[in-house]
Design a protein around this ligand. Structure first.
Ligand code: PMP
Length: 308
């Protein structure tokens, strides 16, 4: 494994030099909040673009705030942003990458302490997650999505992924690629690591923010590009399980998964197992946008090598 440069606590070090105590509340209880951020390399422009970096940093700090993790005054959005750009430059990545930004409880004071909170930034190469013509099979999970009354999915914290893990492993054991959660109201929530969209009567539909979901940055992006650039009607509304069976199209979206067509839910085929027209148009626009081939969405990109 390559020993990349990371940002850890107060400066840049090699991955192999970073040490964290087994006594820390992050290790013992998983008290951390994090973000996954993608960077796309454009070889023609010889630049790397980080997608919606500022929005990820805002969500990271909000996650910390909701858990009353008290970050040092030094950890402003601007500071974290500049360190992420510096991190990518120091590693000199000239390919697509994935960045992890994490704030973690860095002491042995137990799970209820407020600090000290440390910053960890790391990055590694990561290409496209799948082949464009392929879709995934999903089941509706027998596990319920965590909810705002006990374990808020709005907070992007490591421990939330216990719920995701239970659901995804069950899905795989039963022969599916992925799964969809229902929430406490029995309506569709999201996937274990991605949000969900369906198309009905040509309208792009996704569950509302109160459907026990993460406030996904890609959810926001797809709603905006569908409406603004493709003129597609959008709707944020509750989705019933049975609507998944009759949807014209369905796809999952998120930073890691990007945009992934769903070809089957509970063994019921969607769009005869083909990538739907709206999904394909969104996919094409998304992948040109993230590589800075679409000027309209330039404001969502942070240039690593040509600016600052
Ligand atoms: N929901 C969950 C549970 C996730 O883990 C993710 C991935 N971060 C998403 C949705 C998609 O969020 P985003 O578009 O901000 O990556």
């Amino acid at each position: 494994m390559k020993d990349y440069t990371i940002y850890f606590r107060n400066g840049f070090v090699r991955e192999s030099e970073a040490m964290i105590s087994f006594r820390s509340a992050s290790f013992q209880y998983g008290i951390n909040v994090f973000e996954g951020i993608r960077g796309y390399y454009n070889s023609t422009k010889n630049d790397l673009y980080l997608f919606r970096l500022k929005d990820h940093i805002i969500r990271l700090l909000r996650s910390a705030e909701m858990l009353d993790l008290r970050t040092d005054k030094r950890l402003t959005p601007e500071f974290i942003e500049s360190k992420i750009i510096e991190l990518v430059r120091l590693n000199n990545f000239k390919e697509d990458i994935y960045i992890r930004a994490c704030l973690f409880l860095d002491d042995d004071g137990g799970w209820s302490s407020h600090g000290p909170v440390s910053l960890l930034l790391s990055a590694f190469p990561k290409g496209r997650s799948f082949v464009e013509t392929e879709g995934i099979s999903c089941c509706v999970s027998s596990w319920r999505r965590i909810n705002d009354g006990s374990f808020p999915p709005r907070i992007k914290a490591g421990p939330n992924y216990l719920n995701s893990r239970l659901a995804l492993l069950e899905a795989k054991r039963n022969g599916y690629d992925y799964c969809v959660f229902l929430n406490d109201r029995q309506s569709v929530s999201e996937g274990p690591g991605a949000c969900l969209f369906i198309v009905r009567d040509g309208v792009l539909i996704t569950p509302p923010l109160y459907a026990s979901i993460l406030e996904s940055i890609n959810r926001d992006s797809f709603l905006e590009i569908a409406k603004k650039s493709l003129g597609i009607d959008i709707k944020e509304r509750e989705i019933d399980r049975t609507e998944l069976y009759i949807a014209e199209e369905a796809f999952m979206a998120g930073t890691a998964i990007e945009i992934k067509p769903v070809f089957m839910v509970d063994h019921i085929t969607t769009n005869e197992g083909n990538v739907g027209n709206i999904t394909k148009r969104l996919m094409d626009l998304y992948f040109s946008m993230v590589r800075n081939e679409n000027i309209e969405y330039r404001h969502w990109l942070s240039s690593v090598y040509k600016e600052g």
